[in-house]
Design a protein around this ligand. Structure first.
Ligand SMILES: Cc1cc2nc3c(=O)[nH]c(=O)nc-3n(C[C@H](O)[C@H](O)[C@H](O)COP(=O)(O)OP(=O)(O)OC[C@H]3O[C@@H](n4cnc5c(N)ncnc54)[C@H](O)[C@@H]3O)c2cc1C
Length: 284
């Protein structure tokens, strides 16, 4: 993609300290090295902790911790029986298996625990939680390389942004609409944002850019917020799964003894935090 752009158009490793004058004829991008560059449009794709979101929406309640943490890694599947994509639900815990085209397997696990909790020995912790679960979970745990394991506490925006733009500045991806990964949509929505934005900016001249960004905001805000809420609800569903309750998204789970997997008998996680209400945050 970068080959299609004029040389020097993409600059890596440049930290942005601030964006000012977003409502003027040209926004000013201030880099950490003190450089100030004018821009017709600035797209803030600065992630879930977006400093620019905090600066331009100081009254926004920020992030909401789902109460859940996620571990994920890619493992060799060599020597294992053929794997199928699955997610097993225990009480307050999940284990996911996604075979990859190159013969490896993407494995993830989630559990409820206080924000920031990091086990001293992650392999021991995951074995304690998931070791007694059904095959091939124990075999996958034996292959774990703690150095190749990611752990992220799962957050989403506590409330939608009032709009996804401000003059010549627009927010995209997690900066605009961070959501929990329960629907696998965070990255997908960032790509959708980019496609819509590209179409709208392509038609705009310099003076029309604020209008194009307002149209982007109108096109994307409600769709992405609906997914944020659905993702939040989807994360609660496995936790609240009742014995015997069927779920069309996961046939076979929770349908009584024949469909239940061993993992679902584990006790509820002890450290499930009680939801805290915050001013301005939604509680859907
Ligand atoms: C456990 C887990 C599983 C997930 N699974 C999926 C999935 O299956 N499918 C899916 O679609 N999504 C998934 N996601 C979500 C996905 O990872 C995010 O939605 C996506 O990475 C967001 O992309 P982004 O570009 O908006 O932000 P990021 O990927 O966070 O990128 C932001 C970038 O901005 C840079 N930055 C920040 N501040 C500055 C600054 N001041 N100056 C310059 N650069 C800056 C950062 O260094 C970073 O490189 C998952 C997330 C998690 C945590």
């Amino acid at each position: 993609m970068t080959a299609e752009l004029p040389s020097g158009a993409v600059r890596y490793g440049t930290a942005v300290r601030d964006v000012t004058d977003a409502e003027a004829g040209a926004a000013l991008v201030h880099t950490a090295t003190g450089e100030v560059r004018p821009a017709d449009a600035v797209i803030a794709a600065d992630g879930i902790n977006s400093p620019l979101r905090r600066r331009y929406f100081p009254d926004h309640p920020g992030l909401h911790y789902s109460g859940e943490t996620a571990w994920r890694t890619v493992l060799s599947a060599e020597g294992l029986p053929p794997l199928v994509t699955s997610e097993t639900w225990g009480r307050g815990q999940r284990f996911g298996i996604v075979p990859l085209a190159d013969g490896r397997v993407y494995a993830y696990a989630t559990a409820f625990q206080p924000q920031g909790t990091r086990p001293a020995d992650v392999r021991a912790e995951l074995t304690r939680r998931f070791g007694p679960w059904h095959a091939p979970v124990p075999a996958l745990l034996e292959r774990l390389d703690p150095a190749a394991l990611l752990q992220h506490d799962l957050f989403d925006l506590a409330a939608p942004l009032p709009r996804l733009h401000h003059g010549r500045l627009a927010w995209l991806g997690d900066a605009a609409h961070a959501m929990t990964p329960n629907l696998g949509q965070g990255g997908c929505q960032a790509v959708e944002d980019a496609v819509v934005l590209a179409h709208l900016l392509d038609r705009a001249d310099t003076d029309g850019i604020p209008h194009a960004l307002a149209a982007y905001s109108a096109a994307r805000r409600d769709r992405t917020d609906a997914l944020r809420i659905r993702a939040r609800r989807a994360g609660r569903r496995p936790v609240g799964l009742r014995r015997g309750a069927a779920d069309p998204a996961h046939p076979g789970l929770g349908r009584g003894r024949a469909g239940r997997r061993r993992g679902s008998r584990r006790p509820a996680a002890r450290h499930r935090p009680r939801p805290r209400r915050r001013a301005g945050a939604d509680h859907r």
